[in-house]
Design a protein around this ligand. Sequence first.
Ligand SMILES: *Cc1c(COP(=O)(O)O)cnc(C)c1O
Length: 353
Amino acid sequence: MSRFLDRKLQTLEPYTPGEQPRDMGKLIKLNTNESPFPPAPGVLDILTRGQSADLRLYPDMNCTALRAAIGAFYGVEPQRVFAGNGSDDVLAFCFHGFCPNGAAFADITYGFYPVFAQMFGVQETIVPLRADFSIDPQDYAGIKSTVFIANPNAPTGLCLAPGQIEALCRQNPDRLVIVDEAYVDFGGETVVGLTEKYDNLLVVQTFSKSRQLAGGRLGFAIGAKALIDDLNAMKFAFNPYSINRLTLLAGQAAMEDRAYFDKTRGQICENRAFAREKLIQMGFSVTDSRANFLFARAPGLSGGAYYKALRDRGILVRWFDRDRIRDYVRITVGTREQMETLIEETAQILRQR
Ligand SMILES: *Cc1c(COP(=O)(O)O)cnc(C)c1O
């Protein structure tokens, strides 16, 4: 640490992302919830010489075509769509600008929320999940802070029904509810439709999980126009050109290819059902995940031991060494073949124990 760092940031604990090994070798990477499939065919056509040559020009800071494509997909006006450099970028603006009364979120949820809170000096209120890892909207009644809900939640994969999100919005019309739908395309139900009715609801989504663009860095938010105007004001006061030209085109192409989107997310849901069933047969306890990962507890084996055993066999999953979830690992759902390998190796690990 230099002696120049602001005191406020001297204790900042950065987000710990899943490992991104430089040499993948034969590793099966099931630790950061990326898609095992390539981006949509139209995305692959974007890296042409012509498009690349245009990189000398600044990108469209209003993201006009991309916002139109997202708007068309969801049936909302483009003015109600905000685009950012990954949904982490969007969430950062939310913590920075929309939390004058603090932020409330679950004890077990996306690990970036407490980091953002600290980074932006936002007071946090931690609301523990119920014993079965579910969220009870009643637990948020009376909380005045901006509420952040990952739905489906990470790393549990569990969902709130739209009616429960609506209940959160109704509890207090003067409190903002931000729903992080990073995983919604794998069997959750989006509440984008509710943003028409509730001006205190903001829905955040990403292209990283269900649209094969984690490396492109693209996320978005949908909400009342006033909220979107605020997000744009913050973006234009910070980094107006935060989304590069190629990513703008890639995002548009990915949004417009509904068939590929449906095919790939359908496959993930099938592979998830396959792997879940097999794990349960082997005695695992597995949550009813609606995300592109499974949250599973091995029989008679600690989460850390199972994680390490898989790693020794070339399969990388995520293990969180923290209270309540230490016995579990989070396994990204990959291809059918990857899931078969996971199951075979797991069977051997259990036999050798
Ligand atoms: C992956 C993830 C994000 C971040 O996605 P990016 O768009 O890649 O920044 C946000 N929220 C949750 C819950 C996630 O799991």
